[in-house]
Design a protein around this ligand. Structure first.
Ligand code: AVJ
Length: 323
């Protein structure tokens, strides 16, 4: 069997640098100043994130991967031989664990990764094609929402949204996302969510402050990207990574603290933002979940919980939902 990889451009014609410039200006003009976390993931940022997942303190990826390895067969038994579509390009071991479980039960599987980063997408396709000989890959280079209309054509399917990436959305954005996703699924389609669970604040805070300082480099990278793409000419070394877990909000707040005053220039839009010493810019929020609260919330979108899989420390959960 041969592999067919088509890469469909969901939002061709957009200028990614202008998109970054415009979003940066919007966020810096807001109060409190903030940046959109999706811009953390340029090539350098994606490589730094891969290194974060290898840090001992960052338990999320290895815990989720172990859950997938332990339960991929059970998940496949519930869903049947459906198409797999992943929000995020799934270049990781996690995707290959699921594809393997599908191939053990059937001769072919169709895999539709969706990612706004073309380089991550083509990297994932190459890796999957080199690992498997009977996976039909259709890669979609677009924002997640642009691909939602495809799901009707791909049904019956299982959509994967792993890595606790749902936690990056604000509560409002998460509800819009889940509502639109649920609306684009057909009856008896499935969604597999990976969710990081609320736990000892120390454990969570350490996961975002690794001793090797990779997460600090990850935070600083978005400013290095401004230098690369927006002509900002920032002294990135004087920017400090500050990550705090707020237990009552069950979320990690990640900020970039400016230890010296400097000006952020966005040359494409002719804008300058003087940042005072001590001022902080929010770069990411990572929300954590409790199963007893999130399951009824997910059901409110017409998604019925078929199974939950947690590790023995109850640090992390996979939730399998049926539409
Ligand atoms: C990829 C968004 C799931 O929230 O844990 C890791 C990103 N940021 N360390 C997370 C992240 C800092 C990660 N997600």
């Amino acid at each position: 069997a041969s592999n067919t990889t088509a890469i469909l451009d969901g939002d061709a014609g957009q200028d990614p640098v202008f998109d970054f410039a415009y979003s940066t200006v919007e966020g810096l003009a807001a109060r409190p100043r903030r940046l959109e976390c999706r811009f953390l993931y340029d090539r350098a940022g994606s490589e730094l994130f891969e290194r974060i997942t290898e840090q001992p303190e960052y338990y999320l990826t290895r815990t989720e991967t172990a859950l997938l390895a332990a339960h991929a067969e059970a998940i496949r038994a519930i869903t049947g031989a459906v198409t797999l579509s992943e929000l995020g390009s799934g270049s990781s071991l996690k995707t290959r664990i699921l594809l393997q479980a599908w191939l053990e039960r059937g001769d072919r599987v169709r895999y539709v990764p969706i990612d706004v980063s073309r380089s991550a997408l083509s990297g994932a396709c190459r890796l999957i094609e080199s690992t498997f000989s009977s996976v039909l890959v259709i890669a979609v280079n677009s924002e997640y929402r642009c691909a939602f209309p495809l799901f009707r054509e791909l049904s019956p399917l299982l959509v994967l949204f792993l890595g606790s990436s749902l936690g990056n959305f604000s509560p409002g954005h998460a509800s819009v996302f889940l509502g639109a996703l649920a609306a684009s699924l057909s009856a008896d389609d499935f969604l597999l969510l990976g969710l990081d669970l609320a736990k000892d604040p120390e454990v969570i805070e350490r996961a975002y402050n690794d001793a090797a300082g990779i997460t600090a480099d990850f935070t600083r990278n978005i400013f290095a990207r401004m230098n690369r793409e927006l002509g900002s000419r920032l002294n990135v070394d004087s920017i400090q990574h500050v990550a705090r877990y707020l237990p009552d909000q069950q979320e990690v707040e990640i900020k970039a603290q400016f230890t010296a005053s400097q000006v952020i220039t966005v040359s494409q839009l002719g804008q300058r933002f003087p940042i005072r010493a001590g001022e902080a810019i929010e770069v990411e929020r990572c929300r954590k979940y409790s199963l007893e609260a999130v399951l009824p919330y997910l059901e409110s979108f017409g998604l019925h919980c078929e199974a939950t899989f947690t590790d023995d420390r109850k640090w992390y959960a996979l939730v399998l939902l049926r539409r």
